[in-house]
Design a protein. Structure first.
Ligand code: NDP
Ligand code: ZN
Length: 365
C-alpha cells in the first residue's frame, strides 16, 4: 500500500510502499478516506516537534484522519462504519494510569506515543489498524470533513479546561480573541462565534463579539474567512496584542494558536479582569524580555488565568463531531483549500498564504 512518510535524514515527505498492516487480536483494520495536514505536521517534517518510532527509519505522517472499518476482526465494530481515530496510544513499555482511566491527553511526555507525531506511525496510508476504544463513530454524510474532528477536539478540550478555571464564580464572557489565522485558529473562531447546541460540546457559548489576530495584510483569503464568520480582523503589525484593549476591548477569552511565544505573555495584558487565556502553540526554546512583575501583578489583581492544553480524547471527539454537524458547510468548504492524492501529494504540503487546510484523499465513500 501507499503511505506518506518522513524518512530519517530526508528533507520532506515521500510516498513509500509498505505492506498492508495485519490487525492484531483486539484491533480492527481501517481503510483510510482522508487525512488532514496542520501546523504540527509541518513541525514534524521540519524536525522541531515529535520523533520517529523506535528502531524505524521512517514515520508515516498524519494524525487527523477519517476512515472506514474494512475488517472488524472480531471487535464490536461493524464493517463499513465511518470512524475517526484519536491520536495518543500507550508507550512501548505498556499502558499506564492515564490510559487506564481514559485520560491519555493528560499523560506527561514519555508516557504516551502520538500517531504520526511522536513515536508511532500515523494515518497517512491506505490502511491502518487500531483498537476500537480509540475510534469514534462519525456521521457518514459528513465523511468528507471527518479529518476536522481531531483539530476541533483540540479546541473542545481547550474550552473545557479554560471554562473549568472560571467555574468558581459567575462568569459571563462576551468577547473572545483568537490568535492565529490558519486552520486551527479559523475553525476555533467559528466555534466561538456560532456556538454549538449540544450537551457533548464545550463550545456551547456563543460570544457576542469575536476577533481574530494575524500578521497579514489585505487582501488575504483568511481575512475574508474571518469576516465571513462575522468576526473582526486584528492586524498585529498595526495593533500588537498588548494594545488590543485600547484599540478594541479587553477580552474575556483568548485562544492562542500561533506558537509565537511572546503571545503567551501578551495574552495576560489583552485579557479583561476575570478572563482566561488558553495556550495551544508549541514554540521552540526562545529567550526574550518580558515585564514579569507586571504579568504576575495582572494575573493576581485581576483574577486572570492562563491554561496550557494539548491533545484531546474520546469525549472531546464526541463534542467535536456535534460541533462539525452545526458549523456551516460553506465554512468547511472554504477552509479546505487543497485535496491531494497519494499519487501527487506535494500540493498538500505547500504552505503559502492561499493554503488553509490541505487534505490527502486516499479513498472516498
Ligand atoms: P500554523 O502554524 O499553520 O498557524 C499559525 C498561525 O499563527 C498562522 O496563521 C500564522 O500566520 C500565525 N502567526 C504566527 N506568528 C504570528 C504573529 N507573530 N502574529 C500574528 N500571527 C502569527 O498552525 P495551526 O493553525 O495548525 O496550529 C496553531 C498552533 O497550535 C501551532 O503552534 C501548532 O503547533 C499548535 N497546535 C497545538 C495543539 C495542541 O494540542 N496544543 C494541536 C494542534 C496544533 P501566517 O500564516 O501569516 O504565518
Ligand atoms: Zn493536529
Amino acid at each position: 500500500m501507499k503511505a506518506i512518510a518522513v524518512e530519517r535524514g530526508s528533507e520532506g515527505p515521500a510516498v513509500i510502499e509498505k505492506p498492508r498492516p495485519e490487525p492484531e487480536e483486539g484491533a480492527a483494520l481501517l481503510r483510510t478516506l482522508r487525512v488532514g495536514v496542520d501546523g504540527t505536521d509541518h513541525e514534524v517534517i521540519g524536525g522541531s516537534h515529535g520523533g520517529f518510532p523506535e528502531g524505524e527509519d521512517h514515520m508515516v505522517l498524519g494524525h487527523e484522519a477519517v476512515a472506514v472499518v474494512e475488517d472488524a476482526n472480531g471487535t464490536d465494530l461493524d464493517e463499513g462504519d465511518v470512524v475517526v481515530p484519536t491520536v495518543r496510544r500507550p508507550p512501548a513499555d505498556g499502558s499506564n494510569e492515564y490510559f487506564e482511566r481514559g485520560e491519555p491527553d493528560m499523560a506527561p511526555e514519555g508516557e504516551y506515543v502520538e500517531r504520526g507525531i511522536v513515536g508511532d506511525h500515523g494515518y497517512m496510508a491506505e490502511y491502518f489498524t487500531s483498537p476500537p476504544e480509540y475510534l469514534v463513530p462519525f456521521p457518514e454524510n459528513l465523511w468528507e470533513y471527518g479529518f476536522f474532528a481531531e483539530p476541533v477536539s483540540i479546541t473542545e478540550k481547550a474550552l473545557e479546561h479554560a471554562y473549568a478555571s472560571r467555574s468558581a464564580f459567575e462568569w459571563s464572557p462576551e468577547s473572545a480573541l483568537v490568535l492565529g489565522n490558519r486552520s486551527l485558529g479559523l475553525i476555533t473562531l467559528a466555534m466561538l462565534e456560532f456556538g454549538v447546541e449540544s450537551d457533548r460540546s464545550f463550545a456551547d457559548r456563543d460570544f457576542d463579539r469575536t476577533y481574530c489576530l494575524g500578521r497579514r495584510e489585505r487582501p488575504d483569503p483568511t481575512v475574508d474567512v474571518i469576516e465571513e464568520i462575522g468576526a473582526t480582523y486584528v492586524n498585529s503589525n498595526e495593533t500588537p496584542l498588548e494594545t488590543v484593549p485600547e484599540t478594541h476591548e479587553a477580552m474575556d477569552f483568548v485562544y492562542e494558536a500561533t506558537g509565537y511565544a511572546p503571545h503567551a505573555f501578551e495574552t495576560v495584558e489583552a485579557l479583561a479582569p476575570n478572563g482566561v487565556g488558553a495556550l495551544l502553540g508549541i514554540p521552540d526554546s526562545w529567550e526574550f524580555e518580558v515585564d514579569g512583575g507586571r504579568i504576575h501583578n495582572e494575573l493576581v489583581l485581576h483574577n486572570k488565568a492562563l491554561v496550557g492544553t494539548v491533545n484531546s480524547h474520546v469525549k472531546h471527539f464526541e463534542g467535536a463531531i456535534d460541533a462539525l454537524k452545526e458549523l456551516p458547510e460553506w465554512l468547511l468548504e472554504d477552509l479546505v483549500t487543497t485535496v491531494a492524492t497519494p499519487e501527487d501529494v506535494a500540493p498538500a504540503f505547500e504552505y503559502g498564504h492561499d493554503q488553509i487546510k490541505a487534505v490527502v484523499e486516499f479513498d472516498s465513500l
